[in-house]
Design a protein around this ligand. Structure first.
Ligand SMILES: [Zn+2]
Length: 246
């Protein structure tokens, strides 16, 4: 997951709007010049999958593309690949993910920015109206920390990948690191559709140490997979952010 510090809203005129019709004024969400959403006030943020990129010719919902699964946690709103579980209004898969999401795999928008935009008068739903993160959301956030070259896109692919490639772990032996990763993967599978209690925090604020795994391949790749505090092991969701159970 990439944390979008410095994310902002800016006016937007849709490209491709018919010349004979008055051009609407949209509000886009940008992060360092990259567009996360082209019309934040027209987007329905409360029903997954969320269509982040509306068609700029007609502005109709469902005509554009660029979807994400949007979840709210205490300090972050996370954008992960569209999910196709039963709770979704429409089945979407990875091909429908917004281009920004395909590139970065998972994004974290600070909840504080969202609250500021609401306070400034932008028409956005209250944080509590967004979906709660589930085990599947957490799994997608965790998988986004894997080196992209491994193409490891679901939890079931982790075990064969570790058997084949894991050569070392930062402070523990390979067997112990494998066991901890597989235990977390099994836990995530068991709670896939359940809302998760917990927060996403900077590891440095929690005392949790990052345990990197080293994966062999054409080059040795580093996976900051685990957060460790004594006997407790948790998920790293970016090189710096960790999942904290209550
Ligand atoms: Zn259209």
């Amino acid at each position: 997951m990439v944390i979008c510090d410095g994310v902002c809203l800016a006016p937007k005129t849709p490209n491709g709007w018919p010349a004979d019709q008055p051009k609407p004024r949209w509000v886009q969400m940008l992060w360092h010049g990259e567009m996360i959403c082209n019309s934040v006030e027209r987007t329905d943020w409360t029903t997954n999958p969320v269509e982040l990129v509306l068609c700029e010719v007609c502005g109709c919902v469902g005509c554009g593309g660029g979807y994400a699964h949007v979840s709210q946690w205490a300090s972050l709103i996370t954008l992960t690949r569209p999910q196709s579980n039963r709770g979704e209004s429409t089945s979407r898969d990875e091909r429908d993910a917004s281009s920004m999401l395909r590139e970065h795999r998972a994004l974290g928008i600070p909840s504080a920015s969202w609250e500021e935009w609401r306070a400034e008068g932008f028409k956005l739903p209250a944080l509590g109206q967004l979906s709660r993160g589930t085990g599947r959301t957490l799994a997608d956030l965790w998988l986004s920390t894997l080196p992209a070259s491994l193409h490891c896109k679901d939890l079931a692919a982790i075990e064969p990948m570790l058997c084949e490639r894991l050569v070392a772990s930062e402070t523990m032996d390979v067997a112990s690191a494998t066991q901890r990763v597989l235990r977390l993967a099994a836990w995530l599978q068991s709670i896939a559709d359940d809302p998760v209690e917990g927060t996403i925090r900077l590891a440095t604020e929690t005392g949790i140490a990052v345990e990197a795994l080293y994966l062999d391949g054409p080059t040795v790749e580093e996976w900051p997979a685990l957060g460790v505090l004594g006997e407790m092991t948790t998920l790293m969701l970016s090189p710096n952010y960790t999942f904290c159970r209550p």
